[in-house]
Design a binder for this molecule. Sequence first.
Ligand SMILES: C[S@@+](CC[C@H](N)C(=O)[O-])C[C@H]1O[C@@H](n2cnc3c(N)ncnc32)[C@H](O)[C@@H]1O
Length: 224
Amino acid sequence: MAILFWKQREFSDIKGALSPTEISYLRKGLPRDLGDTHGEIIEFGTYLGLSTDLLNQHLRRNENHFCYDRFIWEEWMKGGTVGESFRELFLKNTEECVRLHVQEGDIQKYKWNGCGIRLMFIDAFKCKATASHVIKNWFMYMNHGGLILDQDFMWGMQQGIYEFCILWYYRLRQNIKPIVRVGTTIVFRVIECMDFCTLNRVLDTRPTFKELTECMNYWSGIVE
Ligand SMILES: C[S@@+](CC[C@H](N)C(=O)[O-])C[C@H]1O[C@@H](n2cnc3c(N)ncnc32)[C@H](O)[C@@H]1O
């Protein structure tokens, strides 16, 4: 009889921009919420690879993990020379990750034409153009039951730069439903898949005052 041994990968001490609650959710809560959905893992905003390492643990056989980042030191990061690349450090930190496809550069130079997605982790919605680009080019590939984790949600609301996303998510409420809030992250579940026409309408229609009021009421009911 064959005896199988396996060693659970140690979680490294990669420096990152996630709270302990978020780290704990990505380790333990996520598998429960993911259930048996299938598809690829997409990650926007890896920084040094903390979220990458945590997400990669949930990859199953025949699935891939695509991650996107500029890999350029910025002022707030305080770990290297501003303007220089931290790609090598990221690659070293994530060398144990499997089927990891690293996409370097601004997210807006990429589009998705791969398989269905079961998990999307967003930590790079720092401006309206990036958010709109991702919603337009990736959301329609989200599988039914899949999860979208927007790590920028509460942070963006506090900074007052997230009005656009709040409206877009509100308009998509028949498609994606917030299921839990973890730190500054809101976890959405896809309850109805999104098509190109829906996404274009959501992004391009100007809101009325009535819609904005309804949108704010909807969100205050969820996040307070
Ligand atoms: C807050 S950090 C991500 C933290 C990371 N998830 C972790 O676990 O520590 C945000 C990252 O998004 C990247 N980023 C922001 N906007 C981007 C864009 N438009 N294109 C590519 N990368 C971007 C930055 O380079 C940075 O590494």
